[in-house]
Design a protein around this ligand. Structure first.
Ligand code: ADP
Length: 498
């Protein structure tokens, strides 16, 4: 179909699914495709993905998004890539063959290594990277692959292997092995990148035993990287935007001004606040991270990270089987009307902000004979909201600034009951974006800014994004009391350390 519209294709490689969305120059989604892929749990606390499945589902959805709407590669101005962050891959530079499955951000296999590194280098690492030493980030996962997969150490030293986060893996394959790059936002999640100097750091590489020759080069988030060579259906489209999923969502929510904040409810929950061109350090165990770089201008964010958000609903579906689909949790919980004293701490992958304890484990407390599926479902939704409330508390203490309202997005933000519980606990309005796919939109904006689809962020900021508002409906005292009860349950979960 011939047309003169300026289209941008966003590839959003998430933790549970690969998505591709084609946006027009008004930021409206023209077509969409999504495919789930396998979550592999080889041992307790281990989470892996098959790199080939990541690639095939991602490319499959991109081609489908184009073809289902009758477009071809020549109709698309640019591709923007956004991805699950920290997930770690190593592959052979000649054959493209991965040395193992990808180790997913949720994987806890390196908890022991991290405990040791934290003791001796925790402060240095925090200063240089803005991060807490935790298995969450890529560095200890790379170390693990080097130490445990036969031949990797030697081949890495010999320059035969390439490391990448998921953005790097996708771009390497899309460009036929020509571009081995990542952007500053993804690099800032590896724990090997100095966020003050914006470069890989030899001291950090030494601490984790990572040879420099496996690392990708680091580029701005909005930047002409190269053209797609494979597959043919996408050939010639420039890759022009890269950002980790949470940073892309911050951009997609148009949090361009210092102080702007958003919360995303996906597999995990992530609250990010734009802090401008200087990295702000946290006193309440938030992370300091690169938001994006456009041209020479790098902006930073404070971040609170919750590992298990919407994933707790998947667990109700897949492990307990008490719901048939994620959406069913809402009517189920509404019918119950409350959690009736039940607290559910889903510390399946340890706890992130503000506890940073990879050994914490999940628990459900307050069970009675009256407890049923509904109360458990309700408590699971509350768990998502309680965890986010703790993030906001830390952020407000750090920035000494009231956040007047919270902009939200992500798969689980579709749940009205969850959003109402969230507004009640936070005591501020929760405003859901009209575009639920803000992560993809952010990646599209970054790519479109590098290819003249949009000429400035001011242009992007035109037009309304705010959708439904949820206002607090309980008293501040009641909210504070609920949060205190939640924290008691969390303390039990921390005491459950393995
Ligand atoms: P990701 O990008 O991390 O893969 P998404 O933004 O696609 O995540 O959100 C998917 C998550 O949202 C899943 O964990 C799912 O359980 C949860 N989810 C989806 N719909 C609902 C709903 N109606 N209520 C609660 N959680 C939901």
């Amino acid at each position: 179909m011939a047309n003169n519209r300026k289209l941008v294709l966003a590839m959003d490689q998430g933790t549970t699914s690969s998505r591709s969305i084609l946006f027009d120059e008004t930021g409206t989604a023209v077509s969409k495709s999504q495919k789930e892929f396998r979550q592999i749990f080889p041992k307790s606390g281990w989470v892996e993905h098959d790199p080939r499945e990541i690639l095939e589902t991602q490319i499959g959805t991109a081609v489908e998004a184009l073809e289902s709407a009758g477009f071809s590669a020549s109709d698309v101005s640019a591709i923007g890539i956004t991805n699950q962050r920290e997930t770690t891959l190593i592959w052979d530079r000649n054959t493209g063959e991965p040395v193992s499955n990808a180790i997913v951000w949720q994987d806890r296999r390196t908890a022991d290594v991290c405990a040791r590194v934290r003791k001796s280098h925790g402060e240095t690492i925090r200063k240089k990277t803005g991060l807490e030493v935790d298995p969450y980030f890529s560095a200890s996962k790379i170390s693990w692959l080097i130490e445990n997969v036969p031949g990797v150490r030697e081949r890495a030293k010999a320059g035969e292997l390439a490391f990448g986060t998921v953005d790097t893996w996708l771009i390497w394959n899309l460009t036929g092995g020509e571009k081995h790059v990542t952007d500053v936002s993804n690099a800032s999640r590896t724990m090997l990148f100095n966020i003050n100097k914006l470069e890989w750091d030899d001291e950090l590489l030494g601490i984790f035993g990572v040879p420099r020759q496996i690392l990708p080069s680091v580029v701005p988030s909005s930047h002409l990287v190269g053209e797609v060579s494979e597959p043919e259906a996408l050939r010639g489209i420039p890759v022009a935007g890269i950002a980790g999923d949470q940073q892309a969502a911050l951009f997609g929510q148009r949090c361009f001004a210092e102080g702007d904040a958003k919360s995303t409810y996906g597999t995990g929950c992530f609250l990010l606040q734009n802090t401008g061109t200087e990295p702000a350090s946290s006193k309440h165990r938030l992370l300091t991270t690169v938001a994006w770089q456009i041209g020479d201008r790098c902006e930073y964010a404070l971040e609170g990270s919750v590992f298990i958000g919407g994933a707790v609903i998947q667990w109700l579906r897949d492990s307990l089987g008490i719901i048939g689909s994620a959406a069913e949790v809402e009517p189920l919980a509404r019918k119950a009307g409350s959690s009736d004293g039940v607290f559910f701490v889903p510390a399946f992958a340890g706890l992130g902000t503000p506890y940073w304890d990879p050994t914490a484990r999940g628990l459900i407390t307050g069970l009675t004979r009256g407890t049923g599926r509904g109360q458990i479902g309700y408590a699971a939704l509350e768990a998502i909201a309680f965890q986010t409330a703790e993030l906001l508390e830390a952020m407000q203490k750090d920035s000494h600034r009231e956040i007047p309202e919270l902009r939200v997005d992500g798969g689980a933000s579709k749940n009205d009951l969850l959003m109402q519980i969230q507004a009640d606990l936070l005591q501020i309005p929760v405003v859901r974006s009209t575009v639920t796919e803000t992560t993809s939109l952010g990646a599209a904006y970054l790519a479109g800014l590098a290819t003249a689809v949009w000429d400035s962020t001011d242009k992007i900021a035109e037009g309304e994004l705010s959708g439904e508002r949820f206002e607090p409906s309980i008293s501040g005292d009641e909210a504070a009391e609920r949060i205190e009860e939640w924290k008691r349950a969390v303390r039990l979960s921390l005491g459950w350390a393995v």
